[in-house]
Design a protein around this ligand. Structure first.
Ligand code: ATP
Length: 270
């Protein structure tokens, strides 16, 4: 049974699957950033955004096609989180054009954007310490049909079932991250924005998160990921965009990763 009704997918346990290898590219990097070959679910053009007087995004352009995993890479403070928050409608001042499933959401409220099927999993995870796992899971409203049932969530994250009555404060970082992802899967959103889901986690948990993302992609979810850990991103991403000083400065497909490795090290300062 697929984890979402009406979708194809393997029942094979996600934790048992082999991590995809880094694909070595033969081709040289191309510029400008590839646009993706399919139907854009999200299209962002000339996005500018501000926190109060602070002008943070200076014309961000990118797109995400249906079923893709697209990763925004960049140094601390480059504007990756601000880009996700702008798409979610939680940055007060933003200009440019943001289109989701061909509808203009540039000035839409976060509530309307969520009801259109967009979900945001923040870097800080947002787990309520005083609530247990079940209460945290059931807290966000289901905004669309097709959200995962609790049984489907437990199939994806067996640990959460075992920890159902544990308080938020008692969870490990990995369990909190799984709970944060599980929570948005209940809502019915099909476009997921995950902000640094691997931050601070042990390698074995990072691998589990990678398997989860791969499984969700297989089930037809479209995912926009923010990561600093490009070694992790390389195991799940179809394409990358590099964010620097509030702009997209480069982009390439996963098949071009190896050819772009030197540039990537420079961009990320690693
Ligand atoms: P990081 O991984 O460090 O979060 P990032 O690429 O996601 O990096 P953003 O969080 O988008 O970067 O931050 C971009 C810039 O906006 C930074 O200079 C940051 O200090 C600033 N900034 C972020 N949040 C706020 C805020 N609430 N008010 C004012 N400035 C902010």
């Amino acid at each position: 049974m697929p984890i979402c009704p009406g979708m194809s997918g393997s029942r094979k346990r996600i934790w048992g699957r082999v991590m995809p290898d880094l694909k070595m590219a033969a081709a040289a990097a191309t510029k400008p950033a590839p646009k993706g070959a399919g139907t854009p679910v999200l299209s962002v053009q000339n996005l500018e955004a501000w926190y109060g007087e602070s002008h943070i995004l200076h014309g961000v352009d990118f797109n995400v096609d249906a079923g893709e995993v697209v990763t925004l890479l960049g140094r601390n403070g480059a504007g990756k989180t601000t880009t996700l928050k702008s798409v979610m409608g939680i940055i007060g001042k933003r200009t440019g054009a943001i289109r989701f499933n061909d509808q203009d959401i540039t000035r839409a409220s976060s509530d309307r954007i969520a009801r259109m099927g967009v979900a945001f999993c923040p870097e800080e995870r947002g787990i309520f310490a005083s609530l247990d796992v079940r209460e945290n899971l059931l807290l966000p409203p289901v905004v669309r049909t097709g959200g995962l049932s609790l049984d489907q969530i437990f199939e994806l994250f067996p640990n959460l079932k075992e920890r159902l009555n544990s308080q938020g404060t008692k969870l490990s970082g990995g369990e909190q991250q799984m709970l944060a992802i599980a929570r948005i899967l209940r809502t019915g959103a099909r476009f997921l924005m995950l902000d640094e889901p691997t931050e601070g986690l042990a390698p074995v948990i990072i691998q589990q998160i990678g398997h989860t993302i791969a499984r969700l992609k297989k089930e037809g979810f479209t995912i926009l990921l923010v990561e600093q850990n490009f070694r992790f991103a390389a195991t799940v991403a179809d394409r990358y965009y590099i964010v620097e000083h509030g702009k997209i400065i480069d982009g390439f497909a996963n098949s071009e990763l190896q050819a772009n490795m030197d540039k990537l090290h420079t961009y990320l300062g690693v």
